[in-house]
Write a protein that binds this ligand. Sequence first.
Ligand SMILES: [Mg+2]
Length: 178
Amino acid sequence: MRERTPVAYIPDMATPLVLLDVDGVLNPFSRPHRGYRRHRCTPEGITYRLWLNAAHGPLLLDLAEGAGAELAWASFWKGAANEWIAPRVGLPEMPFVPIPRFPGLEEGHSLGAWKARHVAPWTKGRPFVWFEDEPDATVRIAAEKDIGPHLLVAVDSETGLTGDHLDRAADWLAALTR
Ligand SMILES: [Mg+2]
């Protein structure tokens, strides 16, 4: 009888998550500084022009590897981030939070709170760091019950992800495992 190669990927539920937003985090809204290039992405035929930095992927991979954490998308790009964003910033294909379409401000939701409401249960009690530019995400995540230890790193959407944000995340993750 031939030996079977195990192929199933079973994530360790205690492994911390590093959650990553795209717009306002990897893609700053103002014309950014050195290292960024303009990209044209067309998911489902809709054109978006983004600033992306190819140095971000390796830095995020270092962060995750150093902390024994798992990277995942927490963005309205959802799975499309794997096709359109990951290869342009040097990230592999990653799991993503299946955030439903934003119902709109008129329904009484805010964008950040909507995201946080769907991010929280997806983490299933695992510790997580979340790089996010929507300020309301912080308020909403603080109100969530049954979530693990977490750090929301508030990113300024005009300038996007910086080394300071990554350092804060690394320090917090290191303290978690001590
Ligand atoms: Mg954003």
